[in-house]
Design a protein around this ligand. Structure first.
Ligand code: KE4
Length: 428
């Protein structure tokens, strides 16, 4: 595969941008090759600077639920663009998207728009600390909630990919307030809560983990979390930046029927533009300035162009019930095909899938937490990734990320992916 233009661009980029990229996971570091520079994307396909075409299973790390360059979303952006790009003042669109989010996610009675998932999660933690008057938080080893200091303690995603669970630059005085439990192990929560009685402000969790690779919650795990939070006056935060509107119109909380106190959102709600949001119970949210004393702000929060894209995305989701049925059909077609091939070849593997997010792990174990995810064979994953890329299939460049299927992935795309998959797997 010719990648001269991408290679030259990457070489030049490294003179001006740390590591040549504006977000670490894009650097392809853990899969041992230079990243591809993407020039355009339509539907289920992306095209790199050398003109190579790929079926895309990254989907910009989640936002592209409907596929790239969806005509209605592009049209909404173009229509809004004509009236200007940013005012630094409230607009009708912000009211409309806020109302729609509260309709789609009933646990969200009020919502604040920000510009990224990180802004959403860091603000939700501040709010939970203010509401409870307590400082400590519990997250789960391997879960990733963005790059705020509070979270980069045994984080997932890029932090896990690069084996730097604790990032430098975080003072111990901050790290001491972040406690790590084990995902799917409620006993680990009970132990931490008991040892820190009355000091825990919030538990934040990816209800379906995407940042260790895809890991679903065990049957009662989320319900047990809800119960311990109720008993101990702890705010339960569902970080649905990835799962929100991905797994259902109401996110993972609709799928598993558990209501968090606060929810963080991102990715899909921006329709590909920079948007994050956090919301939940009115009594908590009204603590936020200017209605309350908890400060959080943003020059471009609720930006009209981003709101137009996000509102169009959520309107399409809200008006077409069959979206999640179609995503389930396509995703199941891929999973069944992959299972058939792996079984025929007698290889050790595990596919974790929830709806249209999935990960193939090279292991003979169940993958249900940080330890079991880390025990998978990342060398085999690297060969798998590169074998698929050379055959026109663009997967997330890390074992510890989820892959995504969009509404634009056709049955033929899935069949083409399975042909490439069988050839790539045979080479491992
Ligand atoms: P952003 O600040 O990147 O918009 O969102 C942070 C975030 C928060 N919570 C969850 C569950 C997330 O998955 C993320 C971001 N996800 C990563 C991919 N695993 C974004 C890709 C990247 O870092 O470039």
């Amino acid at each position: 595969m010719k990648t001269d233009k991408s290679d030259n661009l990457f070489k030049k980029a490294k003179n001006f941008i740390p590591g040549g990229v504006n977000s670490p996971v894009r650097a392809f570091k853990s899969v041992g090759r230079n990243p591809l520079f993407i020039s355009k994307a339509h539907g289920s396909k992306i095209y790199d600077s050398d003109g190579n075409e790929f079926i895309d299973y990254v989907g910009s790390w989640g936002p592209m639920l409907l596929g790239h360059s969806h005509p209605k979303i592009l049209d909404a952006i173009e229509r809004t663009l004509k009236n200007g790009t940013s005012f630094g003042a409230p607009t009708e669109l912000e009211v409309k998207i806020a109302e729609l989010i509260t309709k789609l996610v009933p646990s969200i009675q009020m919502v604040r728009m920000v510009n990224s998932g990180t802004e959403a999660t860091m603000s939700a933690i501040r709010l939970a600390r203010a509401f409870t008057g307590k400082n400590k938080i519990i997250k789960f080893e391997g879960c990733y909630h963005g790059h705020a200091d509070t979270f980069l303690i045994k984080a997932g995603s890029g932090a896990l990919t690069f084996g730097t669970p604790d990032s430098p630059g975080i003072p111990d005085t901050v790290a001491q307030y972040t406690l790590n439990a084990r995902f799917n192990d409620i006993e680990s929560i009970y132990k931490i809560v008991e040892k820190n009685k009355g000091q825990i402000a919030a538990i934040i969790v990816e209800p379906v983990v995407g940042n260790m690779g895809c890991i679903p919650p065990k049957s009662n795990f989320l319900a047990d979390l809800r119960n311990v939070c109720d008993q101990e006056n702890i705010i339960l935060i569902f970080d649905e930046v990835m799962t929100g509107f991905r797994l259902a119109a109401g996110g993972a909380q609709e799928l598993y029927k558990i209501k968090p106190d606060l929810t963080t959102l991102g990715k899909i709600i921006g329709g590909g533009l920079p948007v994050g949001a956090y919301g939940g119970k009115k009594e908590i949210m009204e603590l936020l300035a200017p209605s309350g004393p908890v400060y959080q702000a943003g020059t471009l929060s609720g930006n009209p162009i981003a709101m137009a894209a996000g509102y169009e995305m959520l309107s399409i989701i809200s008006s077409s019930k069959e979206i999640y049925q179609i995503l389930e059909e396509r995703s199941s077609q891929l999973e069944i095909g992959m299972n058939k091939i792996m079984s025929k070849l007698g290889l050790e593997y595990k596919i974790n899938r929830v709806g249209s997010m999935f990960t193939l792990f090279f292991t003979n174990k169940e993958v249900y937490d940080f330890e079991t995810a880390k025990s998978s064979d990342t060398q085999k994953f690297t060969k798998y990734f590169n074998g698929m890329l050379e055959r026109g299939i663009y997967l997330p460049p890390s074992q510890f990320e989820a892959a995504f299927i969009s509404m634009a992935h056709t049955s033929e795309d899935i069949e083409q992916t399975l042909v490439a998959f069988e050839e790539a797997i045979k080479e491992i």
